[in-house]
Design a binder for this molecule. Structure first.
Ligand SMILES: Nc1ncnc2c1ncn2[C@@H]1O[C@H](COP(=O)(O)OP(=O)(O)OP(=O)(O)O)[C@@H](O)[C@H]1O
Ligand SMILES: [Mg+2]
Length: 231
């Protein structure tokens, strides 16, 4: 496949799904640029999570390809995935789970343990308001608190691409606004790219520069801030 530039995330003639002969979303073409927040909505079961998992490199495309910052093999440290089912270690503490994110982003074969992991993790936990639960195991947290741990884990990783699947679910209005702001500020300040799945269309529009909707087997762009006329 043609490898795109190192600063964009590209899908080329991409089809996603679990069976070659029965793909869910087909023949998608897109180019997401640094600093962009992209929202995807669409009916339950249509394939939104499947698309995010493909962008995360957890699932192979059934057709076509993905290029993430110039590479078709996705470098895990660069991609922060906040899954719909959170994938936290339930018996381990908030701190331990967030440290795993920090280590994914900041350690390498040459630097097996970076000294910045600890402060970065503590800061991420504070940013989602969970410092008082630092040593609490995940299984003793509420649904919304667990979701905030998953957000902190991703922020601690300092990824260039964030993939967020319903990351605001189960949060009350006040907490939701706080978490949303932290993540959006991160993306804008670091010139990262964020692709988020969001059921609430108003909220999707509020957060995103570009909005896609999955319909049938297609992904249709219905809003792009760059196209808007600014007077
Ligand atoms: N591991 C899997 N193996 C086979 N089929 C799967 C698997 N995971 C999901 N599916 C099927 O793929 C389809 C799309 O699932 P997906 O989770 O991508 O939907 P979604 O758009 O994210 O829905 P929701 O809004 O409910 O989260 C569904 O019909 C689902 O049953
Ligand atoms: Mg889903």
């Amino acid at each position: 496949m043609y490898l795109a530039e190192h600063d964009v995330v590209v899908g080329q003639d991409l089809s996603v799904g679990y069976e070659k002969h029965n793909p869910l979303i087909t023949n998608i073409n897109f180019e997401f640029k640094e600093g962009q927040i992209i929202a995807i909505n669409g009916a339950s079961g249509i394939g939104k999570t499947t698309l995010l998992r493909t962008l995360a490199g957890l699932l192979n495309p059934v057709k076509g390809g993905v290029s993430v910052f110039g590479s078709s093999t996705i470098r895990r440290g660069e991609v922060g995935y906040i899954p719909q089912r959170l994938g936290l270690i339930r018996h381990a503490s908030v701190y331990h789970n967030v440290m795993l994110g920090a280590k994914a982003g900041h350690t390498s074969a040459w630097f097996p343990f970076s000294s910045i992991c600890k402060p970065v993790s503590l800061q991420a936990i504070e940013s989602v308001g969970l410092t008082h639960k630092l040593r609490t195991p995940i299984r003793k947290l509420s649904g919304g608190q667990q979701r905030r741990v998953a957000v902190a884990r991703t922020l601690a990783q300092k990824p260039r691409l964030i993939l967020a699947d319903e990351f605001l679910a189960e949060l009350d209005e006040e907490t939701l606004i706080m978490v949303m702001k932290k993540v959006l500020d991160y993306v804008k300040q670091n010139n990262a790219i964020m692709v988020l799945v969001e059921h609430d269309l108003n909220r999707a529009r509020q957060m995103a520069d570009r909005l896609f909707t999955a319909e049938g087997n297609k992904l249709v762009e219905i809003f792009n801030e760059e196209d808007e006329v600014h007077e």
